[in-house]
Design a protein around this ligand. Structure first.
Ligand code: PGA
Length: 255
């Protein structure tokens, strides 16, 4: 499977800004045949991204969704709405949603299940806080988050799953995890997924590292055989640095 480089734009970019970025990236598309690129703009920019990317192999993701298909949930967005915009992936359980928006493990569980049932690929984010890391609780936190998120899935539907290890202390801080940390976490995520969903699902799982990924450090992550790509925030917001980052990943994997 090719590497997956996913851009999480968080609460950045209007529709017009998104269209400009997508048009610029598309113009370079022939250089990206070796990699899968996923852009996750805000909901309000998905339609512009879709228009600018029509016919392109660059994929579109959303940053969140509700677990119900429709109903009285003011301010929420449902899977069928995302599908109607040709969205293929959805971030679920990003630490900013868990920490700042009060998203619980239970909500994450419902969302992962609903995304898979709808035919969207969930990009489930897991990771420990600085305090949990200092106390040596990293493995226990990852195990708890994964157990909640995956325990009610049917192993067959989970073939489409992507998990991003995103240590909270590394997000937006400029201090990325070490390649060793990412490798250890990736192996643990695969092991726990195997315990819950069986070896076939664990084997097919795509595992990303996220947290202060940049052109300067992406190579050390994607060079790990346990890591299948990266989830990139700040370094994905401007076209040139993002293209540089993609090129660095390519050099690191020798393609
Ligand atoms: P960052 O964000 O690359 O800016 O650290 C990553 C993320 O939150 O997904």
């Amino acid at each position: 499977m090719p590497l997956l480089i996913a851009a999480n734009w968080k609460m950045h970019k209007t529709g017009d800004e998104t269209a400009d970025f997508c048009t610029g990236l598309r113009a370079l598309e022939e250089r990206f045949a070796w990699v899968e690129i996923l852009l996750c703009p805000p909901f309000t920019a998905l339609a512009s991204a879709r228009a600018a990317l029509k016919g392109s192999s660059i994929r579109l993701g959303a940053q969140n969704m509700h677990w119900e298909q429709k109903g009285a949930f003011t301010g929420e967005i449902a899977a069928p709405m995302l599908l109607s915009l040709e969205v293929s992936h959805v971030l679920i359980g990003h630490s900013e949603r868990r920490q700042l928006m009060g998203e619980t493990d239970e909500a994450v569980r419902r969302k992962v299940r609903a995304a898979l049932q709808a035919g969207l690929t969930p990009l489930l984010c897991v990771g420990e806080t600085e305090q949990e890391r200092r106390r040596g609780h990293t493995a226990a936190v990852l195990r708890r988050q994964l157990t909640f998120a995956l325990s009610e899935l049917d192993a067959g539907t989970a073939q489409n799953l992507v998990v991003a290890y995103e240590p909270v202390w590394a997000i937006g801080t400029g201090v990325a995890a070490s390649a060793g940390d990412a490798d250890r976490a990736a192996k643990l995520v695969r092991e726990v997924t195997g315990e819950i969903l069986g070896p076939a699902a664990a084997g097919q799982l795509r595992l990303l590292y996220g947290g202060s990924v940049s052109a300067a450090n992406i190579g050390q992550f994607v060079a790990q055989p346990s890591v299948d790509g990266a989830l990139v925030g700040g370094a994905s917001l401007e076209l040139e640095p993002f293209v540089l980052l993609i090129n660095s990943a390519r050099e690191a994997v020798g393609l």
